[in-house]
Design a protein around this ligand. Sequence first.
Ligand code: SF4
Length: 1012
Amino acid sequence: MERLGDHDGWTLERLRDAVVPPTRLRTCSGPALHGLLAAAVEDVGPGPFGSQARSPTFLQALEGVLEELAHGSVSAPALEEAAARLGSTGARLGHLARLIDAATTHMDRAGVELAPSRWVTASSVLARGWPAHLLLQQVELTVAPPLSPGMVGFLSALARAASSSGRALAVRVPLTGDAHTDAALEPVLQAFEAGPDLPGVELLPELAEGPLSEPVRRLGVAAPGSLPTDALEAVVAPGPRREAAALVDALRRALDAGASLDRCAFAVLGTPQAAELERALEDAGVPVRRRAPVPLGTTVAGRLGLLWAGLAARRAPAEDLAWLLRQRLLPRIRVDARLDPLPLLRRAGVRDAALGAEGRSNAYQVRLGVFAARSREAGDARDGDAAERLLGAATGLLDLAERIPRRGRLADLLEAWRAGLDAAGFWTALEEEELESDPRARRASAREAAAVEVWRAFVRDARAGWKASRSPGPEMDRAAFARWLIDAAATLPVELAPGAPGGIDVLPLESLDGRPLDFLGVAGVDAASFPRRAPASLLGDEERQAIHGVLGRAAVPALVGSGDARSPLAEAVDRWRLGRALASAGRIAISRRRSAGGAPADVVQRLLGVTGVQERDLSSQPIPTLAEAPGPAWARVRLALEGTVAPDLRSDAADPVAAAALEHLAGTAWLEDARTLAGVEAERLQTAAGLRAPGAYSGRLGPAEDLVAAVNGRLGGSPEGPLSSTSLTALANCPFQGLSRKVLGLEPPEDGAEELDARGRGQFLHEALEQLVKRLLALGLAGADPATLPADLVPQAVQTAAREHARCAPTGHPRLWALAQTRARTTLERLLRSGRLYPFAGLRPAAAEERFGPDLELPAALPGERPVYFRGTLDRVDRGPSGTGVLDYKSSKRRERARAEVLVTDFQLPLYLLALRGRGERPPFQAGWLSLRTLEFLPLDPDRTGPLESFLATDAATRSSTSAPNLATAVHALLAEPRQGLFPVRPRECGFCPLGSVCRISERRAPQGGEG
Ligand code: SF4
């Protein structure tokens, strides 16, 4: 027995263990107990609980009921009797009784007991009188919720035994004084009040003594605003970061006012709030002593273990596989840090192991293999090597993950999971690493090491449970195993090692130890999240009433308190904890996050009411003022904002303190960087809105002459580097797009989709049509009646085009690719058999894919112009006695749009006509687009071009004398800006820009007033 003095350090638990020293039976809970409970479910069957009865959630709930029954000293036969009394509605309780009976048998056989059973045992010992071995004359102890019926019964028995043996017992009960907030303590108060007078036994209600103790005590009775205080502040924040900043600012002010850091704490209700607070504290340079535990599933080790379990069952999604291959916790399969798997998998079109698999080869093997071969063929050995290395790593990972059997007993599946991770180096990865020198990295490693230990303990306990029950657990498949593991382990707490001594505590509300605090910050307390609801119990209200009826006492109460204060036990406990913490602390800051329809939690709302304290809404101030910035990071954001934002664009009032501080920070590197970045953003937006000429960050190259000359060299337009109509289109749609594509040579990012996108489909159809016309020409069938043409013409053209297309571009899933070819065949057959392939009356195809240039010239005729040379390819030239026609195949051209774009963004047909004239083709000329989508022919509209003579005129006299559209004038005007090195971000349309996914401007626009 413990050698403590009469008054020293007694708690209810220690007294219990002093009365009944621990037996040879092991106390058991969590995963170890679940093995025994699972065996009970196997014995009795799931009954009305269905397949859920085998889930860890059910076993967890069953453990909860077992504990409740142990606390209330309720036996399985009592449950059976209660079930019988319920009649037809008692089937569920009857089955639960059988499960409890079977579980108790398994536990007895395994030599384990539940911790709560010990309360009942200790009570029965005390019922026989004060134990002779307990050498105490006086005992003082403090009790705090949660207090189960078993604990209250033990306390009553202790009081009776102490009194009858002439001993002194003082039980301190920490209260707030408000009946609603103290409801969780009512069972113990009632037990003493309802019992006989016991000489020598004192129940000592203890009220808190903080500045808010009176407002908390009089929550239910004081008039609104009658108890003002400056010890309380409350904020509503627009987001978690801002909320943490406000709380840390409140802490900083409390410290300035004399609070001692080791008497300060933050209480949180969830892990995300704790993480934000810790980040804000770190920024403010405030050390943290104790940290809130985090759920295993939120750590890297936790996520890794859960993903590993489900990888094979979920067909190894590319995102998961890529993430796993980068983890330091898997050192034996990890890829080189320079190889980023996910972008490569995207380019290769890998979605998972199944989509695109062929025969015995999974999709990783098929698609990465094809990608590697295509890269090599295109001369890109680097991509080819990377794809092959990635394939090797992916294969290694999948081999290990596939070791989990497709189906098996739970114990075997868990062992295969453990062994696979072992082969990848998971369990010892951190032990083999060098100690980190950076404190933050060291903390992160310690957290992961703790998470690995939680996994280890989980495996050990689960094995112990199955061993004790002599059962390897239920049989299930891989997917069910992955779900089981998430259910059983994702929320296991990972306790973090203590940090700096003397630092602040960031703890869950339930872990505050009741000591008086100089400052308490409480995060995330609103009506939706507080008080927290307990998980649903397997015992319903009616079933509890039936049990109470059988036993004649409230053995398993679901509610505590009386009258208006009556509420579920877990909620009452939460209320008491918060109320007591608020009443005890010297200074309090409470925060919640703004949400639609959100409101403060009931305790807080009543406290705000009686004190008259108003919540401060920070929604219009997403960045703290300099005076309220809790650390350097926020201070810099505020200063940068103050120093850069245009007055017209402000959403909040100016911060005079920050403005004054800026004067002393002139020349500071980070501030200059911020100013530069803000200037860059403003310049881009203003240029895009046409409010200013392009600058260095919005498309101006130069003005250095050599640079402009180099840009002109790359831009092209000379005989050595002629322009194409595609380059003109890019420059006309957005000069910045033209700069990116033509001058800088940027290519749009490759993305291996399952299906050809609109652009790919258009290209492929275009290629197939080219092949078809070439074949008609080669066979001399261009003038033949369509009805007499051979049947294999179109299939062969599509086949050749498909082969060519696959050589240089991703073709996606084989079946969808085959479908695309079928569609192309159908389209071309319709085109060919309907006669629409020959849109010019009296003309027939004479040439396809005819190149022109580089000597196709638009001469300089007017001041400031320079000659421009072109090259290109005529999709098709048709000839006949009545002239020459030129055709442009378009995959998605709409009639009105096609015509409106001529000489605006579309220069192709005008250049074709110029090329025909340059080649001396027979006039008159005709031109038009053949839509591959609608098979419609859209002739170039003479209403828009005017006479071709003036449209194609290049001489100064004609061009100066006409106001009709003119190709040369349009091209020279278009090139005037780029020739000076100016490529403003000025998009006509971003939707079809191939750079859309990487462009930082895109459709963004300066808001009104952006001139500032
Ligand atoms: S996305 Fe828009 S702004 Fe950006 S380059 Fe393309 S067209 Fe210009």
